[in-house]
Design a protein around this ligand. Structure first.
Ligand code: SF4
Ligand code: SF4
Length: 441
């Protein structure tokens, strides 16, 4: 079979075996959930409830008037204990709603719209995606109703449903594809109708042939095209996937819609299906807990706001001395300093690594080996960018295309000098953004 792929990328050890055979379990509801009011790209939400009040599962607890935002809903019924700043997986403290569950499971969901695609209007479904607070669940957390609203001069021809899950260790999407292929397909059809897409393509990496087979078995003449992509990191990056599947190149500084494409993750398609068909807001998500530092790696559906420590406990606790706790995968995830951080909409995994060498690695000067240049999937010069960042040459970095970096970490992964290239680039992007904001004032 012809496999689809892109130029560049790396082949890290995938280590999916830790959790890939574990069926999705329901994570225990903790004694207290901490729901951050910042869980997406765009405007943060303001509290829509007050301390001391009660909430029902699915009730809006945070919202914003901004278009680029997404409401936040109570994951359980219970009492709002307090609203104050608390630790967030991105590292800073943000305003969060502390909820003590009452065990009553009282729900306040949206009205189900049904599952007959022909009878559903695209406007109703798009409104539902917004009301349900759906954001990109592949980790990008961009509000989906915004992504599904391209301007009139950029019609969408192709919707790609991303089932690559190229991050090492993570298996949440893989389990979803095995366990809920029909719902993912239904969600894909709903998104396809919202966008007016002429074609829907589902892309799965070739290290998941059973997920690919499941999709094909569940399809029953829905007219969706299924493709197997080469297993390579970061195959699941939007621009890489578009290049691999459609041979279209998203221009520098551009978006998939510039080439008539929208890419949506399989978890997002499932969330759309549940919101439209069942009226369920985005109050939980599937994640993987894995690594050599956890006793029983597995996949869980966890309520948003569940502390990482609660899922670790349910997974039998840690093993050995933990060198690193990462929320997400090893390539793009974020190292954490506390087990108290909550699961948020973008939490695809919890990775516990035992090896203490992760704490001790330092870095050396660039030896100009060009390994990083060879693997960069966006054809940047990571070595040059990292040197410019160290010299604080922010404007020059912009000329060298720093904004096109997708922060995949492939450059850092291959660097023999262990240079923190992505970290330097991330910092530089923020500086460049600050400079631009000041110039536009
Ligand atoms: S420069 Fe950016 S896009 Fe290129 S390999 Fe490094 S992190 Fe990935
Ligand atoms: S891989 Fe590391 S050492 Fe080699 S050129 Fe890139 S930054 Fe320099």
């Amino acid at each position: 079979m012809n496999l689809f792929t892109f130029k560049g990328g790396v082949h890290p050890p995938y280590r999916k075996e830790h959790a890939k055979d574990s069926q999705i379990e329901i994570a225990a509801v903790p004694d207290q959930l901490v729901v951050p009011l910042v869980q997406h790209i765009g405007a943060p939400c303001a509290p829509a409830v007050e301390a001391g009040g009660t909430v029902k599962e699915g009730q809006v607890i945070g919202q914003s008037d901004a278009f680029v935002s997404a409401p936040i809903h109570a994951p359980v019924s219970g009492k709002v204990k307090r609203i104050e700043r608390a630790l967030h997986p991105l590292g800073q403290k943000v305003l969060s709603v502390f909820i003590e569950p009452d065990g009553a499971d009282e729900k306040e969901y949206l009205k189900p719209l049904g599952d007959t695609i022909d009878q559903l209007s695209s406007d109703d479904m798009k409104k539902r995606v917004m009301e349900a607070g759906i954001v990109g669940l592949g980790g990008a957390t961009f509000p989906s109703h915004v992504k599904f609203s391209p301007p009139k001069d950029k019609p969408i021809e192709v919707l790609i449903i991303n089932g690559c899950e190229c991050e090492p260790y993570l298996t949440a999407d893989y389990r979803l594809m095995l366990e809920k292929p029909g719902d993912i397909i239904l969600g894909a059809q709903m998104i396809g109708k919202i966008l007016g897409a002429k074609e829907i393509v589902v892309a799965v990496e070739d290290n998941k042939p059973d997920a690919f087979k499941k999709f094909k078995e569940s399809d029953a003449g829905k007219g969706i095209r299924y493709v197997l992509t080469h297993t390579k990191y970061p195959q699941g990056g939007e621009k890489m996937l578009i290049k691999a599947v459609l041979k279209r190149e998203v221009p520098s500084g551009g978006l998939p819609m510039d080439v008539g494409v929208v890419v949506s993750n399989v978890g997002t398609a499932l969330a759309v299906c549940e919101a439209v068909r069942d009226g369920k807001p985005l109050i939980d998500r599937v994640l993987t807990i894995t690594g050599n530092g956890i006793k029983k790696p597995g996949n869980y559906i966890a309520k948003i706001g569940t502390p990482v420590s609660s899922i670790i406990e349910q997974s039998g606790g840690t093993v050995g001395t933990i060198g690193k706790l990462i929320v997400g995968g090893p390539m793009m995830g974020i190292a954490q300093s506390s087990y108290d951080v909550p699961v948020i909409k973008g939490t695809s995994g919890i990775l516990l690594l035992q090896d203490e060498k992760y704490m001790k690695e330092g870095h050396l000067p660039c030896i100009k080996c060009s390994f990083c240049v060879q693997v960069c999937p966006t054809q940047l010069l990571p070595s040059r960018l990292s040197i410019l960042a160290e010299a604080e040459k922010w404007e020059l970095m912009e000329q060298f295309g720093v904004d096109d970096c997708i922060e995949c970490g492939s450059c850092s992964y291959v660097c023999p000098s262990k240079r923190p290239i992505v970290q330097l680039i991330k910092t530089a992007k923020l500086k460049v953004r600050d400079i631009k904001a000041r110039e536009n004032k």
